[in-house]
Each structure stands twice: as C-alpha cells, then as structure tokens.
Design a binder for this molecule. Structure first.
Ligand code: ADE
Length: 250
C-alpha cells in the first residue's frame, strides 16, 4: 500500500512513522509512506500558503492553489481517494480503518490554521475523516492516528495474524483483560481460570469479560453486537446488581 501525506509540517511525522510497527512495516515494504510539504507547491515569492478569510473573522485559511498543485503532482493522473482530516468528517472507526487498509493507494490531506478554502473540499476531496469531537491544531496528528490504525490491518504488519481479530472493536466489543508474568504482583493475582489450561473455559471467561467491560464502559456498542440468549442473560444479571449469581469464571 502507498500512502501520500500532504502537510505544512512534514517534520511532525518523522519520529512516529519511524518507530515500532509502522517503522518495521515500511522497512518490510508493506507500506510506502511519502511526505509532501504543501509549501513546496506555493508559487509566489513568499511561498504563501494561507491568507485572511473573505468576509472577515479570526485566523487564517489555507489557500487553494498550493493544495491543488500538490495533489495534482502527487496523484499525477492516477486516481486515489483524497482524504481530508477534519473535525467535520465522518467518525474514524475500526471498520473504516479496515476498509481503508484495502486501498492500494491513499492520499491524506492535513488542514492547518483556522480552516481550508472550501474549493479544496469541492474540487479535490473525496472523503473526510474526523478522529473525534474535539478540534486539534491541525490534521497531522489525526493523519498519524489513521495511518497507525490502517497499518495494523496490513497482512504481516503485526507479529501474529490473529492479533487484529481479538482487538477491542473487532467483534464489536471491548477487549478482555490481559495478564502476563508474574502470577502474583504485590498481592494482585492473575485469575485462576487463565492458569487452568482449559481453553474452552478461558475463551468463555474472556467473552464474558468483554461483555462486562463493554456494558460498563461503552454500552452504546452493545445493540450492534450479536448475542446469544445466555449472553443476554449474563448482561442482564450484571445490570441487576453485584449480588446476583452471575459468575465470570464458569
Ligand atoms: N483536524 C483538527 N481536528 C481534527 C479532528 N478531530 N479530526 C480530524 N482532523 C482534525
């Protein structure tokens, strides 16, 4: 997969893209990430990329000419989704990351300053993504978030192919708790079931932990999850109160 990033601050990406899994995925040729400085496409003497908003108001607006020139240069007739990072975009989710990981090519456009000239949206952008209902100083951190989430889905990027399947959200639920050695850390013990070697029991315990966590932390996710009758009863017993007979370990 190839990802082109258009930004006014390419240096913001240097550390995060080189480290850990994304760095390894690039080294292994799974993803090819290109950073482009929009300022390099400014044509005037001062390399101006922003200007005052027509109609007045606070802040500066990104000018259309350098962005159009940059996108045209980078895509060079080859079509690819042009994704604008913006708080006005569709919410970024596990499903969307998975969908974008199927693309052969992607162009991420990072807005900065108070906004971008609307003609960039009209004439170039095919998709708009928000990473949450808050406003950041620019689209660079959101672009890194999107790249990270996409790269995890590329075959071979994670050590174990199954890791993405047990992620939080993969089955619509939050992930179950994980433990490693030691068994006893300052009096806090690893649940017995995980040491039992009984894989069926472990799977059931994990599923129930996922259900419990999702109910407690993200109940909004539950209506979209397919649940068995037993699982619905389990959730109802948690909701009924802590003294009910539900038992995570059975
Ligand atoms: N740019 C500024 N804030 C953003 C957000 N929440 N998501 C995506 N891009 C942004």
């Amino acid at each position: 997969m190839r990802i082109d990033v258009l930004t006014l601050f390419p240096e913001m990406f240097y550390g995060p893209l080189q480290a850990s899994i994304i760095g390894r995925a690039q080294a292994a040729g799974l993803v090819d990430i290109h950073l482009w400085d929009i300022r390099d496409f400014a044509t005037d003497r001062h390399r101006q990329v922003d200007d005052y908003p027509f109609g007045g108001g606070a802040g500066m607006v990104m000018k259309p000419e350098p962005v159009f020139a940059a996108v045209r240069h980078v895509l060079d007739q080859e079509p690819a989704p042009v994704v604008l990072m913006t708080p006005q975009g569709e919410p970024f989710t596990h499903e969307l990351a998975k969908e974008l990981a199927e693309e052969k090519r992607l162009l991420l456009l990072c807005g900065h300053y108070e906004g971008i000239d609307e003609r960039i949206r009209q004439g170039l952008v095919t998709r708009q993504i928000s990473i949450g209902d808050y406003v950041l100083t620019g689209g660079e951190l959101p672009a890194m978030v999107v790249i990270d989430a996409i790269v995890r889905f590329l075959p071979g990027a994670l050590g174990e192919a199954t890791a993405v399947e047990t992620d939080s959200f993969a089955k619509g639920l939050l992930e179950y708790p994980q433990y490693t050695r030691p068994r006893d850390f300052e009096g806090m013990h690893v649940p017995d079931v995980l040491l039992s070697g009984d894989h069926q029991k472990i799977a059931q315990w994990r599923r129930r932990q996922s259900l419990r966590r999702t109910l407690q932390r993200r109940p909004d996710l539950l209506p979209k999850v397919e649940l068995s009758k037993k699982e619905r009863e389990f959730l109802a017993s948690i909701q009924a109160g802590p003294n009910q007979s539900e038992d995570d370990s059975d």
